[in-house]
Design a protein around this ligand. Structure first.
Ligand SMILES: Cc1cc2nc3c(=O)[nH]c(=O)nc-3n(C[C@H](O)[C@H](O)[C@H](O)COP(=O)(O)O)c2cc1C
Length: 490
C-alpha cells in the first residue's frame, strides 16, 4: 500500500491538528499474505481464509497493524480500493477496530470497538450552533485498566485514552452548544463528536425542546429505564461483542456450587410421610422434560400447532379498567390468557420460525393471540435459516427444531406502568410462559426445549421493529420428538 505510506510520511504530528480516524486490526487477529496472492487471517491462533484482494491489499495488510486512515480508504485509486475491500471484509468479520490519533503518535486519543458486524464509522454533519447533550443511556466505566464509554443503543464502544476527553464529554450532562464545547480544554475534535452522535451516545437537542427524555427518542424509547435497556442489549446476542453463553469463565478460580443447597442447621420436619399418589397435574410436571431432537419423517402438523397455541397463549377474555381504584385516570384494555402476567399487561408476542411443519410452508409467522391466527412476515430465508441454526447450536442438537418460537416483548406494555422493575417482570412472564409450553407439549406428546440465547439484532432485521420497541426475550423449540430423550444440562 505504497500510496498510504507516502501520505503518512508527509504528516507531522502537531497538537493543534485534528486527529486522524484510522482502521486497524484488533489485537486478536494477525494477517499473512501468501505466495498465491491470498490473505490468511489468524484469530486467536485459528486460521481463516479471506481470499484474494490484489497486490496492493497485500501491502495494506501490513499497515493495518498500526492503522490506515479512513479518508485514504475512501479515495478512488486502485490501491485504495483494494485495501478498502480487505478492510470492509475484515470489519464484517469483526476483526477491525478504529482509532482516533495524531499521525506519528502511538497513543490513541480514543479507540473504537465495533459492537455489531455492520458498524462502520459515520460522521454526521455538525454546526457550531448545534446544542448537544449526553444520552441518558450512556455510561463510563473501568474495563480492565481501560476507561470505556458505552451505551446499549450504540453500535460501537469508545475506549478513552485521554482523560481530558472524558472530562470534556461529561460536561454534556448539561446541554451545550458545539461552538462553546470547542473552546473547552480536552475538546476531542469534531470527528469524535460526530462519531458519538452516530452511536446515539450524544444527541442534538431540538431548538424547541420538550425535555431531554423526549428529544432523545421516540415513544418506545421514552418508556425504557436505563438499566432495563442495558440488560436487554447485553444479555442477548446481536448488539455487543462480549464473550457469550456457557463459556465457564470462572472454572479455574471457583468450584461449582453444590447442585442442592446444603441444609440449614437445626431440626428438619420430614414431609415424606405425607406422600400421596401424584395428581394428573403433578404427573404432567414429572413427565415434562426437554426434547432437542425431532422426527424428520413425521413433522408437527398445523392442527397440532393450532392446538398448542390455543392451549398456551390464546386471548381468552377482554376487559377494561381505570388505572385508579377510585375510577380516575385513563381506562386501560386488558386481556386474560392461559399463563399469568404481571399486572395483566401481557406484553409477550409469539413469532414462529417454521422449518418443518406439515400443512404450513416454511417461513416466519406472527401468532395473533386475539384472532388465533398466523400471519406470515416477509422475512428472507437467510435470517430464518440463521435463527433455526442458532437454536440447533444452542441445543447442541443434530438438526434444527421443526418450529422455533421466539417470545418477543412489547416492552412498553409493562413499562408504561412499572418503573425500575419492568424488564424483570417481563422475564418472569417469560418463565411462566415457558413452563406452560413445556406442560402443553408433554400433554400433547410433543417435544420442546427452552433456549437461553436469542439474537436481538437478527430479529430486528427480520421484523424491522426497533430492538427497544418489540424484541426477543426468550425462545422455545417445538416439534415431534425423535425418540425418548435423556435429561441433560443445557
Ligand atoms: C431459561 C432456560 C433456558 C434454557 N436454555 C437451554 C439452551 O439454550 N439449550 C438447551 O439445550 N437447553 C436449554 N434449557 C433446557 C435445560 O437444559 C433443561 O430444562 C434442564 O437441563 C433440565 O432438563 P429437563 O427440562 O429435561 O427437565 C433451558 C431451560 C430454561 C428454563
Amino acid at each position: 500500500m505504497r500510496a498510504a505510506r507516502k501520505q503518512k510520511r508527509k504528516i507531522r504530528p502537531r497538537k493543534d491538528e485534528p486527529p486522524d480516524l484510522l482502521a486497524r486490526l484488533n489485537e486478536r487477529v494477525t494477517l499473512q499474505a501468501r505466495a498465491d496472492g491470498s490473505i490468511l487471517a489468524s484469530v486467536d491462533g485459528y486460521p481463516m481464509e479471506l481470499g484474494r484482494f490484489g497486490p496492493e491489499a497485500e501491502a495494506g495488510a501490513v499497515d493495518l497493524r498500526t492503522g490506515v486512515p479512513l479518508g485514504w480508504l475512501a479515495k478512488s485509486g486502485r490501491a485504495n480500493r483494494e485495501v478498502n475491500d480487505l478492510v470492509r471484509q475484515l470489519a464484517q468479520l469483526g476483526f477491525v477496530e478504529y482509532r482516533l490519533g495524531r499521525a506519528g503518535e502511538n497513543a490513541d486519543i480514543v479507540a473504537i470497538e465495533p459492537q455489531t458486524r455492520d458498524y462502520w464509522p459515520r460522521l454526521p454533519k455538525l454546526a457550531a450552533t448545534d446544542t448537544l447533550a449526553l444520552s441518558r443511556f450512556a455510561y463510563l466505566r473501568r474495563r480492565g485498566d481501560a476507561l470505556v464509554l458505552e451505551s446499549p443503543r450504540a453500535k460501537a464502544l469508545f475506549r478513552i485514552g485521554d482523560q481530558a476527553v472524558a472530562a470534556a464529554l461529561v460536561t454534556l450532562a448539561r446541554p451545550q452548544k458545539l461552538g462553546r464545547l470547542r473552546q473547552s480544554d480536552g475538546f476531542p475534535g469534531d470527528a469524535l463528536i460526530a462519531l458519538l452522535i452516530d452511536c446515539d451516545i450524544l444527541f442534538k437537542v431540538a431548538p424547541e425542546t420538550e425535555g431531554l427524555r423526549w428529544d432523545e427518542g421516540d415513544s418506545d424509547l421514552i418508556l425504557f429505564d436505563f438499566h432495563d435497556l442495558l440488560f436487554h442489549a447485553r444479555s442477548a446476542e446481536g448488539r455487543h461483542a462480549n464473550p457469550f453463553g456457557g463459556a465457564y469463565p470462572h472454572v479455574d478460580v471457583i468450584a461449582p456450587l453444590p447442585s442442592a443447597r446444603p441444609a440449614w442447621p437445626g431440626p428438619a420436619i420430614d414431609l415424606a410421610k405425607f406422600e400421596a399418589q401424584p395428581s394428573p397435574v403433578a404427573a404432567l410436571f414429572r413427565e415434562r422434560h426437554s426434547v432437542r431432537e425431532f422426527d424428520a419423517q413425521a413433522p408437527i402438523t398445523l392442527a397440532e400447532l393450532a392446538q398448542f397455541l390455543d392451549g398456551t397463549a390464546r386471548v381468552l377474555s377482554h376487559w377494561q379498567s381505570p388505572i385508579d381504584e377510585d375510577g380516575g385516570g385513563p381506562v386501560v384494555d386488558f386481556t386474560g390468557r392461559p399463563y399469568p402476567s404481571a399486572g395483566s399487561a401481557y406484553p409477550l408476542e409469539l413469532y414462529l420460525a417454521v422449518g418443518h411443519c406439515a400443512d404450513l410452508p416454511r417461513g416466519f409467522y406472527h401468532y395473533d393471540a386475539d384472532a388465533h391466527a398466523l400471519t406470515r412476515i416477509p422475512a428472507k430465508d437467510e435470517p430464518l435459516q440463521a435463527m433455526l441454526h442458532a437454536a440447533e447450536f444452542a441445543m447442541d442438537a443434530p438438526g434444527p427444531p421443526q418450529v422455533l418460537i421466539t417470545i418477543a416483548a412489547r416492552f412498553g406494555r409493562t413499562s408504561w406502568k412499572y418503573t425500575s422493575i419492568a424488564y424483570s417482570l417481563i422475564l418472569k412472564d417469560v418463565g411462566a410462559l415457558l413452563q406452560t409450553f413445556y406442560l402443553m407439549a408433554a400433554n400433547m406428546a410433543l417435544g420442546g426445549c427452552a433456549i437461553g440465547t436469542h439474537n436481538i439484532d437478527l430479529f430486528e432485521q427480520m421484523t424491522r421493529l426497533a430492538f427497544y420497541a418489540e424484541g426477543p426475550v426468550g425462545q422455545f423449540a417445538l416439534g415431534r420428538p425423535a425418540k425418548p430423550s435423556e435429561g441433560r444440562a443445557g
